[in-house]
Design a protein around this ligand. Structure first.
Ligand code: PRP
Ligand code: URA
Length: 206
């Protein structure tokens, strides 16, 4: 199941900034944070809550608290650009890291690092990666998360290509995908069109 937020005014605004080739790193980072704020708030609708009672200064009333653990897993490097706002939105969350890098010639991703918190079937796990291109990185990440016990997974990305969505849905049909925008297609080098170029390079000024 894919959800796209392309009609959200904030998504349109920030996406235009990060697409713009003239946008430099400081503004790119701010727009990335702004996009993440909208995306994480939307993705948080998946969370379940427990009913609790809370004592105000005046009286007791009903309330609710997030049930179970929430885990963010940014895919290095580019996913780091989404992490600060994700953690700020859900301060009690845990964070796991996975490093995946696409080979420049083949666009096939390989894993160079993984460090995860304890995961169980109640954990709501959010994979953070701004670009879902071929889907190879996302599939490898989800493979590893499921091997470690995760069952409730949502992929949050800023731009997705139809090819990447099809790849992730074929390998893991249970994983929800939340995208700011679904773009047209990949080019021959497996970059997203119209896209925004290399997200990691633009975020980290490399
Ligand atoms: C980019 C991006 C995704 C991946 C998506 O990472 O951040 O992780 O490509 O492509 P895919 O869907 O075809 O796998 P990259 O490999 O460029 O590494 P970086 O984030 O370290 O720059
Ligand atoms: N990774 C990027 O950073 N950009 C793309 O267009 C595809 C993969």
């Amino acid at each position: 199941m894919t959800t796209e937020l392309s009609h959200h005014p904030l998504v349109q605004h920030y996406l235009t900034t990060i697409r713009d080739v003239a946008t430099e790193a400081p503004a790119f980072r701010r727009a990335c944070s702004g996009m993440t704020q909208v995306l994480v708030a939307e993705a948080a609708k998946l969370l379940e809550v427990d009913s609790v009672r809370v004592q105000t200064p005046l009286e007791e009333t009903e309330g609710a608290r997030i049930a179970g653990s929430v885990v963010f897993v940014p895919i290095l490097r580019a996913g780091l650009g989404m992490l600060d706002h994700a953690m700020a939105t859900i301060p009690g969350s845990s964070v796991g890291y996975i490093g995946l890098e696409r080979d420049e010639a083949t666009a096939v991703a390989s894993c160079y690092y993984a460090k995860m918190p304890v995961l169980d079937e109640a954990s709501q796990v959010y994979v953070l990666d701004p670009m879902l291109a071929t889907g190879g990185s996302a599939v490898q990440c989800v493979d590893q998360l499921k091997q470690r016990g995760a069952k409730k997974l949502c992929m949050i990305c800023i731009i997705a290509a139809p090819e990447g969505i099809a790849c992730l849905e074929a390998a893991h049909p249970d994983v929800k995908i939340l995208a700011g925008k679904v773009d047209r297609q990949l080019n021959e080098q497996k970059y997203i069109l119209p896209g925004l170029g290399d997200f990691g390079d633009r975020l980290f000024n490399t």
